[in-house]
Design a binder for this molecule. Structure first.
Ligand code: ADP
Length: 282
């Protein structure tokens, strides 16, 4: 665990113990994602998320922290109706997630751009075609045959340019580096014209330099396009550097939350245990 925190005592806006994670007051725009008292109990009876409350507003990056198994992926699944959930409220862009089926569920999922740890590109397809598949939510009949109108191709090229990969458009995805593949995956998510991006450990497979460049890109997208990003990270340093707020989970409950400036070494020890401090000394 690498850690480079601001001095202790700089704690404005932090909370301890089971808490809600709200950006209210810091952003005036209405939230894109609202989760109130979200609970996920898997069919085997295991409750992976409990009393989880968070809202996410345009333009911000919220980092989900916590040990492996603390419920970060479960939250991402619940947000798109892929985990058995109950809640007082769970909405994306004002649309209810719980109970959504068929057309509603497809519409909901089209509003969420997913970015995964292992990129999930189609390896044998070009970077451009991978980006184009992000538009399939809005697909016409020709798309199903792999034929994309010029307008869509131009848009996909613009997005590749935006993520710094215009010159790799024709290259097979599996010939690109990890950092480049993650940039293609981000362009694919943007092709979908999402209202929010959920990124599940998007830099866990990248070296630190590339991790920083991918997170900088996400922050730029959040700021410039107003598309908020919820990103799970296991390196606290990256959250401090690139996120606005953090939500730290422990065993499915919010243990700490606040602005990243308010994250103290004590909280990190509380979240990750003593080993995080030992690592810091090496
Ligand atoms: P994280 O993303 O923080 O590593 P997860 O959300 O993947 O954590 O998992 C949270 C907990 O839920 C873990 O204990 C995991 O084993 C459990 N879990 C995840 N998916 C399922 C499932 N489909 N059925 C039962 N338990 C699950």
């Amino acid at each position: 665990m690498t850690l480079n925190l601001p001095p202790a005592g700089h704690q404005t806006g932090s909370h301890t113990g089971p808490r809600t994670a709200s950006g209210a007051g810091t952003h005036l725009a209405p939230p894109i994602l609202v989760a109130k008292d979200l609970r996920v109990t898997y069919p085997n009876g295991y409750t992976a998320l409990e009393s989880f409350t968070m809202d996410v507003r345009p333009g911000e990056i919220v980092a989900l922290l916590g040990h492996s198994g603390s419920g970060k992926s479960t939250f991402m699944k619940a947000a798109t109706g892929m985990a058995p959930s109950t809640a007082t409220q769970l909405t994306i862009d004002g649309q209810d997630v719980i109970g959504a089926t068929g057309v509603e569920l497809r519409r909901l999922r089209s509003k969420v751009g997913y970015v995964f740890q292992h990129f999930n590109l189609v390896p044998q397809l070009s970077a451009l075609t991978n980006v184009l598949t992000g538009g399939l939510h809005h697909a016409g009949p020709a798309n199903a045959l792999g034929i994309f109108p010029r307008r869509q191709r131009e848009r996909a090229l613009e997005l590749l340019d935006r993520v710094g990969l215009a010159d790799k458009a024709r290259q097979r995805a599996d010939s690109l580096s990890g950092g480049q593949q993650q940039r293609v995956a981000i362009a694919r998510a943007l092709m979908q014209e999402p209202r929010i991006i959920l990124a599940d450990e998007p830099v866990a497979s990248l070296d630190p330099r590339l991790a920083g460049s991918v997170l900088r890109l996400m922050r730029r997208i959040a700021r410039e396009d107003g598309i908020p990003v919820v990103v799970s990270l296991h390196i606290v340093d990256l959250a401090v550097r690139y996120a606005d707020r953090f939500v730290a989970l422990e065993a499915g409950q919010v243990r700490h939350t606040g602005s990243v400036e308010a994250l103290t070494p004590d909280m990190v020890t509380d979240i990750y245990g003593q080993e995080s401090e030992d690592d810091e000394e090496h």
